[in-house]
Design a protein around this ligand. Structure first.
Ligand SMILES: [Zn+2]
Length: 200
């Protein structure tokens, strides 16, 4: 028996967006990508209108999930904390390294996402020293929780850490820093501290 602990990271409160429900007529997906050959995330589109994706590859197949930027950031921070905690409490584990190449982390072909992410969790199988990122489909009004699709991405601590670091970098891109105060500027304007909060 392998033991898998799982924590729920976030119940995202999403801003109302036009939902494109890819999975509408499909059967519920319940998949383990075990293990992922590669796992990454990317943001596609113009700054301010970027769409974020989580994508894994196994053999020649790729599996894509639509994810909100804030979910990806929360996941990245969650991975960092989770792995750090794990390594503190399991001294036999070698320290993980987030080693990646920007080019390898880009998503070249998005494909049709399996679903839009709702709940996201992180788990760990100590017997195999494998992390699992659990993505559940976002629940729409008429859906029961047991109808929601689920994809579990099994990956090494190194892969998870690389994903986390890259995702944080990604989230911070697409926003320029204000030349006055140095804080990132939102595409629709910026309340500058150096200008007493005047929008520029
Ligand atoms: Zn500023």
């Amino acid at each position: 028996m392998s033991s898998t602990t799982e924590i729920s990271l976030c119940e995202p409160h999403l801003t109302p967006i036009k939902l494109v429900y890819f999975n509408h007529l499909m059967k519920r997906i319940n998949l383990d990508i075990d293990p992922c050959d590669h796992i990454t995330a990317d943001a596609i589109g113009k700054p301010g209108q970027r769409v974020f994706y989580l994508q894994a590859q196994k053999a020649d197949q790729s599996y894509t999930i639509l994810i909100e930027k804030i979910q990806l950031q929360t996941l990245a921070i969650g991975i960092e904390k989770f792995v750090a905690e794990l390594e503190v409490h399991n001294l036999s584990l070698t320290e993980s390294v987030a080693d990646y190449d920007d080019d390898q982390m880009r998503i070249l072909v998005v494909g049709t996402p399996l679903f839009r992410a709702g709940d996201i969790g992180i788990g760990y199988d100590s017997d195999r020293d494998l992390m699992v990122l659990v993505t559940k489909e976002i629940l729409l009004d008429e859906m029961d929780e047991e109808d929601a699709s689920i994809v579990r991405f099994w990956c090494s601590r190194n892969q998870a850490k690389a994903l986390a670091l890259w995702s944080m970098e990604l989230a911070n891109r697409g926003r320029q820093n204000c030349p006055q105060c140095g804080l990132p500027m939102e595409p629709d304007g910026h309340f500058c501290l150096k200008k007493n909060g005047h929008r520029h």
